[in-house]
Design a protein around this ligand. Structure first.
Ligand code: FES
Length: 106
């Protein structure tokens, strides 16, 4: 499955990632700047914050209560399309999806 990260300067990186890993893991293992992931994926730090390209929003399940709560603690402003990338599991349905990186995570 191919996903793309776009940083705040508009630079894009497209990577091929195995299904079943999380978007956060894919970012970290591919050296994507802009994902800090301090808590290692436990939905406890909000430093893996991404904005989902609105065109793809309906391909993702809604955030659960824990993610929703933690999204109130993001360093960059929370928007309607804000998600924690550690809570997003990659499946074929996400192929082509673009994640926009906030300009800061802490
Ligand atoms: Fe900490 Fe996602 S890695 S909330």
């Amino acid at each position: 499955t191919q996903i793309t990260f776009q940083n705040a300067r508009g630079e894009r990186l497209t990577i091929d990632v195995p299904d079943g890993s999380t978007v956060m893991q894919a970012a970290v293992s591919n050296g994507v700047d802009g994902i800090v992931a301090e808590c290692g994926g436990s939905a406890m730090c909000a430093t893996c914050h991404v904005y989902v390209d609105p065109k793809f929003a309906d391909r993702l399940p809604a955030p659960d209560a824990v993610e929703d709560e933690m999204l109130n603690s993001t360093a960059a402003e929370r928007r309607i399309n804000s998600r924690l990338s550690c809570q997003l599991v990659i499946t074929e349905a996400l192929d082509g999806l673009v994640f926009l990186l906030p300009d800061h995570q802490t």
